[in-house]
Design a binder for this molecule. Structure first.
Ligand code: NDP
Ligand code: GUE
Length: 294
């Protein structure tokens, strides 16, 4: 049976380390880190994620700046709001919750975020640096960073290993594969046009699943002993639940946990660590900003 990696527990440990850093900053400079969370419209999932981020900030003594804009807001107005946050000295991190409504060009908006405040690591220049040898972006994207941190804290070595990433989105799959490459894994990316994904995944010592396809990866696709990090967070109907749904990953947990060496559950795996990495990036950004401007 696989070791189940408890993302919630690891996240708690890191959060208490971050809380210490926040206290130190405030003792030394009398300043608190600030994170601006911008949300457009009222998608239920986005509201729920943003709520988690704001709550986590409050718990750690990070000040959150809430910018809630209506679904119909123009791209120009959204960019104006980002510019105001860029010059606000109390804001050290800016996150624009994705996806944005269809009439807004996501890349245009992300490009406007000040590089020093891009705590999501989604600015094209930060992603570009991630792809270059010998260059490091100011911030690493939170979910891919969470995946690597979970592997490292579980004692899984990455160097020289065969890693397969399922998915190639700008926010998860692609940056996760670049981080694995930086950590000296041999990386293969599986996407929706890949034929026979099961045979490719079966070669992997490390699997990062981020396809958004409920329980797509079966137990017999996994190489015995492999480390399986399941990013997928999919709501499926469940009439036995009060909410009417439950969350499942991209991996069939019950089957895969009998074959893998390590596995993350959903919920309670990558999700809580993603939020924690955002807080970590924010405090790092604040520290850099405060020390430079003091
Ligand atoms: N826990 C967390 O912290 C987070 C969880 N998530 C979750 O992770 C999942 C992925 O998110 P995100 O990257 O934003 O999703 P996207 O929909 O943007 O990307 C999905 C990727 O998976 C690929 N894909 C889709 N179907 C298949 C398939 N059958 N076989 C192989 N590849 C496939 C797509 O390929 P192609 O490029 O060819 O279309 C695409 O590259 C979702 O469940 C999301 O909810 C996301 C962010 C954070
Ligand atoms: N600019 C931007 N940055 C993001 O980081 C970003 C985004 N946009 N858009 C959407 C995705 C999704 N995402 C998640 C964060 C936390 C959980 C999480 O904490 N999940 C809990 C469960 C939550 C629940 O119970 O609903 C868990 O897996 O245990 C999941 C998903 C960040 N994203």
């Amino acid at each position: 049976m696989a070791t189940v990696i408890d993302g919630k527990a690891v996240a708690q440990i890191i959060r208490s380390e971050i809380a210490d850093e926040v206290r130190l900053l405030s003792q030394k400079y009398g300043k608190v880190p600030g994170l601006a969370v911008v949300i457009v419209g009222n998608r239920k999932d986005s509201q729920s994620y943003v709520g988690m981020k704001r709550k986590a900030c409050a718990e750690l003594g990070i000040k959150s700046f809430d910018v809630d804009l209506p679904e119909q807001v123009s791209q120009a107005e959204l960019i104006k709001q980002v510019h105001e946050l860029n010059v606000n000295p109390d804001v050290h991190g800016i996150l624009v919750q994705l996806p944005l409504p269809k009439h807004i060009n996501e890349e245009k908006v992300l490009t406007e975020i000040s590089l020093e405040k891009d705590v999501d690591g989604f600015h094209p220049l930060n992603i570009g640096k991630l792809a270059m040898k010998g260059r490091d972006p100011l911030f690493l994207p939170c979910t891919p960073k969470a995946c690597i941190e979970l592997l490292q804290r579980s004692g899984v070595s990455i160097k020289g290993k065969k890693a397969v990433v399922v998915g190639r989105s700008n926010i998860v799959g692609l940056p996760a594969s670049l981080l694995l490459l930086k950590a000296d894994a041999t990386v293969t990316i599986v996407h929706s046009h890949t034929s026979q994904p099961e045979s490719i995944i079966h070669e992997a010592d490390i699997v990062i699943a981020a396809a958004g396809q409920p329980m797509m990866i079966k137990g017999n696709w996994i190489k015995p002993g492999a480390a399986v990090i399941d990013v997928g967070t999919n709501a499926v109907d469940d009439p036995t639940k009060k909410s009417g749904y439950r969350l499942v990953g991209d991996v069939d947990f019950e089957e895969a946990s009998k074959v893998a060496g390590w596995i993350t559950p959903v919920p309670g795996g990558v999700g809580p660590m993603t939020v924690t990495m955002l807080l970590k990036n924010t405090v790092e950004g604040a520290k850099r900003y405060i020390e430079q401007n003091n």
